[in-house]
Design a protein around this ligand. Structure first.
Ligand code: CA
Ligand code: CA
Ligand code: CA
Ligand code: CA
Length: 441
């Protein structure tokens, strides 16, 4: 039902004027306009009207903490409950502003809700605060908020670079960098890049801007420069500082053409070790059984010698070669040699005295201690001054010979045996004799 809300009693044949109705709720109202003449004829005219009693609402943001460009987008959201949005305004207060000022306005088309963004251009670096105000289609105008909806700091000023960046090769291919720190108070970190001929590699991010040196954690082999960028909190990069070029060496020297002569050593042997190294050395130590060899070199070729005294320990000994390159990288190799100061011993000649065998096996036992062992090429058996082709059994240590023809009955045979070990120690010559007698009949 309709409720009367306003009336007027004009006079005459026509009237102009207006009627005022009050409502206290937003909504769509049906209006019925009735005109009644003096004869009580009624004319009705219906219409409807939308009453919007609520302000629209809107908000600016969100914004990131920093902007690195003067022009950036300020997002907004806006809504209106009934009549819809007519426009939204951006209000801004910059670092040199006493108050918020209108910074932009976007016309809207009656949407009940809308989001979008303003493009804002700051006049200088500093803190910018924002709010929005919306108007609805009825002209209701959102009240300015008591505080900003969003804020951001504009920083378009890159930090100052570090200066005096110097790269210094230190031991084992490592590199130390030294620099003078940035003068920018808003610097937040240093980004250190290592550059070889083709690739820049981020090798460190330092968050202490008072730091003025840094070292490569690992050794490198190659030629490098380093660059440092300073980054501020907003993300601006300084121009780069570039170091001098450094050549580094993390590669230890290597050995080639190693020869050791002789490999079996007796007293008074001259031990000679020869080898070639891959690069210039800062030091070389060659030891044998706790003794140092004396080395000379021609370029990268070394010759080291040691005169064996015979007081070294017998058996296997290690020659150790320890080489250090100019960067301090070390490598070593070992080579075993055998010291043998003890001559073999020959014993147990057989047969001795009288034998009735006409083709006796003639033999002697040869043993060696000290480590090098019997050298078969030194073995010699002579019978009556004539060398025979005796054979040596390394299992039993026996050197033996059997005559291919019968020996002569009644004759005495004189046997001598010679032997040396691999180190060259010669056994005392061993001699014995036997006589062939007639076999018992
Ligand atoms: Ca409204
Ligand atoms: Ca800055
Ligand atoms: Ca090296
Ligand atoms: Ca020996």
């Amino acid at each position: 039902d309709y409720t009367p809300c306003a009336s007027q009693s004009p006079s005459g044949n026509s009237a102009d004027g207006s009627l005022t109705c009050s409502v206290n709720q937003s909504g769509v109202y049906q209006l019925r306009f009735e005109v009644v003449d003096l004869a009580l004829n009624r004319t009705q005219s219906d219409s409807q009207i939308l009453v919007d009693l609520a302000d629209p609402s809107s908000s600016a943001g969100p914004l990131t903490t920093y902007q690195t460009t003067k022009t950036f987008d300020v997002p907004y959201t806006a809504s209106d409950n009934l009549s819809g949005l007519a426009l939204v305004e951006l209000w801004a207060k910059g670092p040199s502003d006493a108050n918020f000022g209108l910074a932009g306005s976007i016309a809207l088309d009656g949407e009940l809700s809308k989001s979008g963004s303003f493009q804002f251009t700051a006049s200088s670096d500093g803190l910018y605060q924002f709010y929005t105000r919306a108007k609805d289609k009825t002209g209701r105008y959102e009240t300015a908020p008591s505080q900003a909806d969003a804020q951001t700091t504009v920083d378009t000023t890159p930090p100052e670079p570090v200066t005096n960046l110097i790269a210094t090769p230190i031991a084992n291919g490592r590199v130390r960098l030294d620099w003078t720190k940035t003068t920018s108070a808003d610097a937040q970190q240093y980004l250190i890049y290592r550059n070889d001929t083709s690739v820049d590699t981020l090798v460190a991010t330092l968050t202490d801007i008072n730091q003025t040196s840094w070292q490569e954690p690992n050794g490198l082999t190659g030629t490098f420069t380093y660059t440092i960028y300073v980054q501020d909190a907003a993300g601006n990069y300084s121009t780069k500082a570039t170091s001098n070029t450094v050549a580094t060496d993390a590669t230890p020297p290597s050995f080639s053409d190693l020869s050791v002569n002789p490999t079996y050593l007796k007293a008074n042997s001259l031990l000679t070790v020869q080898f070639t190294v891959s690069e210039e050395l800062s030091s070389l130590v060659v030891t044998f059984s706790g003794h140092s060899l004396t080395c000379t070199n021609e370029g990268l070729q070394y010759t080291c010698t040691y005169l064996v005294t015979g007081t070294e320990s017998e058996g296997e000994n290690q020659i150790q070669i320890l080489a250090t390159d100019l960067a301090g990288n070390q490598s070593s190799i070992n080579q075993a040699v055998v010291c043998d100061f003890t001559a073999p011993v020959i014993s147990a000649g057989s047969p001795q005295g009288e034998t009735s065998e006409l083709q006796p096996i003639v033999s002697a036992l040869i043993s060696d201690s000290g480590g090098s062992g019997i050298n078969p090429s030194t073995l010699l058996m002579r019978i009556n001054g004539v060398a025979v082709s005796a054979t040596f059994d390394p299992q039993t240590g026996r050197l033996s010979w059997q005559p291919p023809l019968n020996l002569r009955v009644g004759r005495t045979y004189y046997v001598s045996v010679w032997a040396s070990d691999y180190a060259g120690n010669a056994a005392l010559v061993y001699s014995f004799r036997f006589t062939i007698v007639a076999p018992p009949s």
